[in-house]
Design a protein around this ligand. Structure first.
Ligand SMILES: C[C@H](O)CC(=O)SCCNC(=O)CCNC(=O)[C@H](O)C(C)(C)COP(=O)(O)OP(=O)(O)OC[C@H]1O[C@@H](n2cnc3c(N)ncnc32)[C@H](O)[C@@H]1OP(=O)(O)O
Length: 719
């Protein structure tokens, strides 16, 4: 159980240490202990001053996120303001003995809020300090909305809170958030001396809550807040809590910080119960849960050290993957079939890296370092000491089979053989080898050095060691991994295949294409199905469509709309014409000619405009597009392709941009209820055919009224 420890030195300084592994989060128990330690330190005559720090080099990762649910309805739930006013303000900040926070590792959320209530802060230069609460759908609730603006000024405080991005100790020092920088070894000693210096009036005794020197004058502050509101509305129109955060900050400026604290406490109470908070907290834990794979990561296997990686193919995917790897210090060999392609691939990687330099995300020195890790080759000879190969050539089964047969010859026997295929069966790819246990899918999303998801595809024969190795690489290259089974489209493309299909079905029956995209983006997707297919390109869309028609013929909606347009050399954004027209700046605008293609497609499919569908409400459009996606997700769970529902939530959020504040596809579906989704799909399937037919998994759950995410025998991984 989390607690605090107090040790009083001979110098009269009480060191209070927060102990709650792994990140010293602040559970209610820890906070109560912290108060007790402070009360004791204030009472004891041998204590002159106080230092607050965290165990094992971490100050605190903030309020215990797993306790959020418990705040709702729990009997022992602290009353509003108990923590922020009674503990943080009236016990810590108002103590008649000075306190200094000694910060190493991280001081996030409630952790930083405790530190800000101390009379000074010393930190290591690498520590991370921030208020990331907004990414959990709440606002800082322990006084952060009041103290941060008073320590760093309104503009910077708003930026830190609204983006949830922490700053490093070095920047925190230049902002005035911390008062001194020290090495980790000197941290606590410097802090204790600092506390004694405050007591001896050699350093100022400051209560952050009442600082005013950093706050902008009222008129300017109003303008800054107005701008922040406009930005927040634009960036996240569906989110309410960023606006609440701004309101609370404003209240403190207008009515004084103590009134601000009470307003903060009240707003926090409301937000922690909101659906947005529940969804985002689910995403927080689900994201961390994807690297826990039953039967794989619970075997005590230690990831092997991958020293060198080879990549086959320097196209868009291969070069993106290589970029991600060299950025994380992996030496990479890039192989191509001829010098021209090789030069082009290397150049792409260079451009990817340079663009990071331009954006200020990479120093020139680190650019050179990363680029020097890349070697090009046309031969397999240099593959003899690679630990992993990632094949990223075109989607051609026999070519891939040949490549894997070659790899078996040239690579060492321990080498991981990965394919970046997005649709082809891995068993087929490895058919001509005897190395099935080390064949794995490493499905990156384009652009691979930017998109955060890595789908790790295992076959029935892939060894757990290989999965553990790839999970480790994924962590090192800062991707969120999802381990899935081998099937057409794997988890992400398969689950989201009906997304475009539903769009096509509705368009043929008379629903306006641009209206569909508008409603779906308003729902929170980065782009609607038609804008997406333009981006992906019709060539890829048709090729993937063929895979689905072959494998799931009964439920694939066969529309000729995309092939008809492609015949006319409209193939999406790259040809400047698809469902939209594109200008030089890739800005999309509707095309009046589109209706001609739709009419032609309609006549081929033999469907006519349905007056019921033409006047669909927004909600109906959302459901007709997403319920088939939910249905496919249910099949993927039923077949054990995904180990748990939360993994599909993460796949959709990180691979397709499903809005995280809706918690992911299954989480969202469960908020509507399996019965409701089943009945809607069932009635559409009567009207519009097999495409909507609810699967057995969904039917069974609807019949019993149980959530789609609940794990029972059916959803046990079959692998
Ligand atoms: C009232 C207040 O204003 C409200 C708050 O304070 S809300 C909380 C604000 N704090 C945050 O948002 C920080 C959230 N945590 C993080 O960003 C990251 O976990 C971190 C930067 C602290 C550490 O990252 P990293 O080293 O990659 O480790 P990571 O895998 O994320 O976390 C380690 C473990 O700690 C847990 N954890 C991290 N922060 C936690 C927190 N605040 N509460 C509960 N558990 C937490 C994770 O769930 C994970 O558990 P697991 O090992 O069982 O999966």
């Amino acid at each position: 159980m989390g607690h605090t420890l107090m040790e009083v030195g001979r110098d009269g300084v009480a060191i209070i240490t927060i102990v709650n592994p792994p990140v010293n989060s602040l559970s209610i128990d820890v906070l109560r202990c912290l108060k007790e330690s402070f009360d004791q330190a204030i009472r004891r005559n041998d204590v002159k001053a106080i230092v607050v720090t965290g165990a094992r080099g971490k100050f605190s990762g903030g309020f215990d996120i797993s306790a959020f649910g418990g705040l709702e309805g729990a009997k022992e739930r602290p009353k509003p303001g108990y923590i922020s006013v009674e503990i943080i303000t009236d016990t810590i900040e108002a103590a008649r003995k000075p306190s200094v926070a000694a910060i190493d590792g991280l001081a996030l959320g409630g952790g930083l809020e405790v530190a800000m209530a101390c009379n000074a802060r010393v930190s290591t230069s690498t520590a991370l300090l921030g208020l990331p609460e907004l990414q959990l759908g709440i606002i800082p609730g322990f006084g952060g909305t009041q103290r941060l603006p008073r320590l760093v000024g309104l503009t910077k405080a708003l930026e830190m809170m609204l983006t949830s991005r922490p700053v490093k100790g070095k920047e925190a020092f230049s902002l005035g958030l911390v008062d001194g920088l020290v090495s980790p070894d000197d941290l606590v000693n410097t802090a204790r001396q600092w506390a004694l210096d405050i007591l001896g009036h050699r350093r100022p005794w400051i209560a952050s809550l009442y600082k005013t020197d950093k706050l902008e004058p009222l008129g300017e502050a109003r303008e800054i807040l107005k701008f922040a509101r406009a930005q927040a509305r634009k960036r996240a129109p569906n989110l309410h809590h960023p606006l609440v955060c701004i309101d609370v900050i404003e209240a403190g400026i207008l009515a004084g910080p103590r009134a601000g604290l009470w307003k903060e406490a009240e707003a926090f109470e409301g937000l922690v119960k909101s659906d947005t908070c529940k969804s985002l907290v689910h995403i927080f834990f689900a994201q961390r849960g994807t690297s826990k794979v039953p039967g794989v990561t619970d075997r005590g296997l230690v990831p092997r050290h991958v020293k060198k990686v080879a990549i086959l193919g320097g196209g868009l995917m291969g070069s993106g993957i290589a970029t991600a790897l060299v950025l994380s210090n992996y030496p990479v060999i890039l192989k191509e079939v001829n010098q021209k392609f090789l030069d082009a691939g290397i150049n792409r990687i260079k451009v990817n890296l340079q663009s990071r330099v331009k954006k200020g995300k990479l120093t020139q020195e680190n650019f050179e370092k990363a680029f020097s890790l890349l070697k090009g080759t046309l031969e397999y000879e240099s593959f003899k000491d690679v630990d992993m190969v990632i094949e990223a050539v075109i989607e051609d089964v026999s070519l891939k089979q040949q490549i894997f047969a070659d790899l078996e010859k040239y690579c060492p026997p321990h080498c991981i053989l990965a394919s970046n295929t997005s649709t082809i069966d891995l068993d087929l790819i490895g058919e001509r080898t005897k190395s099935q246990d080390r064949i794995v899918g490493a499905h990156f999303f384009s652009p691979a050095h930017v998109m955060p998801l890595l789908e790790i595809v295992r076959t029935k024969k892939t060894s757990p060691q290989v999965i553990v190795d790839v999970l480790d690489i994924s962590k090192k290259i800062k991707k969120t991994p999802v381990v899935v089974g081998n099937c057409t489209g794997f988890a992400v493309n398969r689950v989201f295949f009906p997304y475009t299909q539903a769009g096509l079905l509705l368009a043929e029956r008379g629903v306006d294409v641009y209206q569909i995209d508008k409603v779906i983006t308003k729902f929170g997707m980065p782009m609607g199905p038609f804008r997406l297919v333009d981006l992906v390109g019709f060539g890829v869309a048709i090729a993937t469509g063929m895979q689905f028609i072959q494998n799931f013929p009964e439920r694939t909606y066969k529309s000729m709309l995309i092939p008809l347009m492609q015949e006319d050399k409209r193939a999406g954004e790259t040809t400047r014409k698809g469902f939209y027209l594109y200008d030089d700046k890739r800005k999309a605008s509707p095309d009046p000619e589109l209706k001609n293609y739709i009419e032609k497609a309609r006549s081929i499919t033999g469907v006519s405009v349905d007056p019921q569908l033409v006047k669909l409400q927004e909600r109906d459009i959302i459901e007709m597009i997403f319920f088939p996606v939910v249905n496919e997700a249910c099949r993927v769970l039923d077949e054990g392709i995904a180990v748990k529902a939360a993994d599909l939530d993460i796949s959709g959020v990180f691979g397709m941009g499903f809005p995280p504040y809706r918690g992911g596809i299954i989480f969202w579906a469960d908020s509507l209820g399996s019965k409701y989704i089943y009945s809607r799909l069932e009635s559409w399937s009567q009207l519009y055919g097999e495409f909507f037919k609810p699967c057995a998994y969904l039917a069974a759950r609807a019949a019993k009224g149980i959530p789609l995410s609940a794990s029972v025998e059916q959803t046990k991984a079959r692998l």
